[in-house]
Design a protein around this ligand. Structure first.
Ligand code: MTE
Ligand code: MO
Length: 362
């Protein structure tokens, strides 16, 4: 059952489809390594996936922050001939975990009701945005750059908000941002931005613009709906008019088990999962198999690194039958720790609370 906008047929049982959005099923990651295979990587589209021929593709860099304000174009081959970098990074939607505001905290939020699968970790290869901006003649007075996608204009509530675009401060743009053309050693799949997408490590997914078409370089601050009406925290606990635009993602952990999984009493099993934090490498993962009364450390199966996730495991022999809640709680090396509750915001961003994962023991 292919959703509109998803070009390739999706393997059954791998995705939960919601319109043009497809969430990764954590249970389908159990047999995989530290990277999310491209065919299990979540998809988040504002409209639908465009199929672009790389031979017709050009990237235009333009704006008041370039020398002489002269636009510069790059073809696909030209971009691929620049020095390349390869790095692992997580892409995670700002709204990942949104449905848990309602399911776990009883609160109303708007937006795609993801559980925890609106993220993936991949090995990205591409050119440094810094090199492209240097070659395009970025000046010292540039303050922001705004990548824009080639997918359709986004209509929201009857209003045409234009093509997906979001400004990045120059400091981040010149730091670790990649214009990626490979994902896990293969050309980018159409759904993930072929021929070229932006990868902004540790920032919310919207910063990583897919199907990149142009980049505005500006000597004055830029705005787009994606840093004004979306991707700020709104609500009673936040400043009137919203917080500053969101940048970094937060800290989470997830079990590689379906919600409401059934397990057998008296049979030893290994619980597995993943934990990640945008601020710093994961330090510990603790688990509770009795709804949060007792906690014990889980084993970390990967070396924790920034911008990636760690696989973890813990042995468990369920004793009494009935419904239990399994909790996993991550900490990171920047003293981050998952709280019991996430402070509500109306658009349901940055859920980071410890998840009460229901399991039935029979
Ligand atoms: N880029 C374009 N051009 N159009 C989009 O709709 N969605 C953004 C971002 N980049 C989007 C985009 C959002 S909200 C997220 S979370 C990520 O892409 C999702 O990346 P993925 O689909 O490769 O997982
Ligand atoms: Mo997103």
């Amino acid at each position: 059952r292919a959703a509109p906008g998803i070009v390739k047929p999706l393997p059954p049982g791998i995705f939960t489809l919601r319109g043009t959005n497809a969430e990764t099923d954590f249970a389908a990651l159990r047999d995989t390594g530290p990277l999310t295979p491209a065919d299990r990587f979540f998809v988040r589209n504002h409209t639908s996936t465009p199929v672009i021929d790389e031979r017709d593709w050009t990237l235009t860099v333009w704006g008041s922050g370039l020398r002489g304000r002269r636009p510069v174009e790059f073809g696909y081959g030209q971009l691929r001939s620049l020095p390349s970098v390869t790095r692992t990074a997580v892409v995670e939607c700002a709204g990942n975990g949104r449905s848990l505001f309602t399911a776990q905290q009883g609160e109303t939020v708007s937006g795609t009701p993801w559980t925890l699968g609106a993220l993936g970790a991949a090995r990205w290869r591409g050119a440094r945005l810094r090199d492209v901006l240097d070659r395009a003649g970025i000046t010292a007075s540039a303050v922001e750059v705004m990548p824009r996608g080639l997918d359709d204009e986004f209509i929201s509530g009857g209003v045409n908000l234009g093509r997906v675009r979001r400004p990045l401060p120059v400091a981040k743009a010149l730091d670790d941002v990649i214009l990626a053309y490979e994902m896990n050693g293969e050309p980018l799949p159409y759904d993930h931005g072929f021929p070229v997408r932006v990868i902004v490590p540790s920032w919310i997914g919207i910063a990583s613009v897919k199907w990149l078409g142009d980049i505005e370089v500006s000597d004055t601050p830029l705005v787009s709906p994606w840093n004004t009406q979306f991707y700020r925290l709104f609500g009673a606990a936040h400043p009137a008019g919203g917080s500053a635009p969101l940048t970094r993602q937060t800290i989470k952990s997830a079990l590689e088990l379906p919600f409401g999984a059934t397990v057998a009493a008296g049979v030893a099993m290994t619980l597995t999962g993943r934990a990640w934090s945008a601020a710093a490498p994961v330090r510990t993962v603790e688990i509770s198999t009795d709804g949060g009364e007792h906690w014990r450390p889980a084993r970390l199966c990967d070396t924790p690194r920034r911008d990636g996730w760690v696989r973890w495991s813990a042995d468990w022999r369920p004793r009494t039958t009935g419904r239990v809640e399994i909790l996993a709680r991550a900490t990171d090396r920047a003293r981050g720790v998952q709280p019991e509750r996430t402070v509500h915001n109306t658009q349901g961003y940055l859920f980071d609370a410890v998840v009460r994962h229901p399991v039935t023991v029979v």
